[in-house]
Design a binder for this molecule. Structure first.
Ligand code: CP
Length: 313
């Protein structure tokens, strides 16, 4: 369990204390990853199924490494090689895999709400690895972990999220977690990519990039989610990059020296971030990827029923 929760589906459901439970345990998990032998027996005998209906590099790999570091058994299932291609439904797929007695199903799906629907039909724990434009809770948690690590605390810090806010499940999970840890949120992007009424989540809205990033302690840059957009919402990527992309000149003129830049990946180099900024001194993008393993270890450990002393073994 994470606090009251058997599942990890949406950070909107999680309290500050429940978020901190994962982040604090992830500190111990990161220590395990620094050891020469990166293996603890905490989840020996437990099994995890990765159920990915959408492509992934970071999330799927890091759940796999997290499970294996904790000595759990892991099955990687892919839609294209499954009986989904013969018409099997999501619920039938999940119930048949659950009949093989895994402890956790990790699911990514293009439809918002798919992990919650699965959770209503199976007995094991369900972790969302991202559902449509709804939420990406493990990404939100690893973003919080990275900010705590780099800034010390989120209390009183200003975080700007820049880009395609409307279609971003990462933006939604960040917005449902960072303010609970005390961060002040700014949102910035083209007017067509900022959802109406988003200020209700406690963020200020900016259409001018300089206004959004000046004085910020951290910036989360997002890619345009072309796969979730029907008609074009911007004239083109050149215009987008000119107004909402960060390059070395803008970074040098507008950012605080201590400002950190996050990006959930994949980065579209030359669009939202120039290569100099993506690989430059402000960037903590690869730290996010490394922290993703520790945070996913903590999630799996708490939901698959390990104990605190085993985690540190
Ligand atoms: N951040 C993220 O979800 O990346 P992947 O799509 O590669 O998993």
């Amino acid at each position: 369990m994470i606090g009251r929760h058997k599942h990890c589906i949406a950070l909107a459901d999680y309290s500050r204390e429940e978020i901190l439970e994962v982040l604090d345990l992830a500190v111990s998990m990161k220590e395990v990853l620094r050891r020469p032998i990166k293996k603890v027996p905490s989840l020996r005998g437990r099994s995890i199924v990765n159920l990915f209906f959408e492509a992934s590099t970071r999330t799927r790999s890091s759940f796999e490494i997290a499970a294996k570091t904790l000595s759990a058994d892991l099955l990687n299932w892919t839609a294209s090689a499954s009986s989904v291609t013969k018409g099997e439904t999501l619920i039938d797929t999940a119930r048949n895999l659950e009949a093989m007695r895994p402890d956790v199903l990790v699911i990514r799906h293009a439809a918002g709400g798919a992990p919650r629907l699965v959770a209503e039909h199976v007995g094991c724990a369900v972790v969302s690895a991202g559902d449509g434009a709804h939420e990406h809770p493990s990404q939100g948690l690893l973003d919080c972990f990275t900010l705590r690590e780099k800034l010390g605390t989120l209390e009183g810090k200003t975080v700007a999220i820049v880009g395609d806010i409307s279609h971003s499940r990462v933006a939604r999970s960040d917005l449902h977690s960072m303010p609970k840890l005390g961060a002040k949120m700014r949102l910035c992007g083209p007017p067509t990519m900022i959802p109406a009424g988003v200020e209700a989540l406690g963020a200020t809205v900016h259409y001018d990039l300089r206004e959004a990033v000046e004085g910020a302690d951290a910036i989360v840059m997002l890619r345009i989610q072309h796969e979730r957009i029907g008609d074009p919402l911007i004239p083109g990527t050149r215009e987008y990059s000119k107004f909402w992309g960060l390059n070395a000149k803008k970074a040098a003129e507008w950012l605080k020296p201590s400002c950190v830049i996050l990006h959930p990946g994949p980065v579209n180099r030359g669009v939202e971030l120039s290569p100099e900024v993506a690989d430059g001194p402000h960037s903590v993008i690869l730290d996010q990827v490394q922290n993703g393993v520790a945070v996913r270890m903590a999630i799996l450990y708490l939901l698959a029923g390990g104990t605190e002393s085993e985690a540190k073994a």
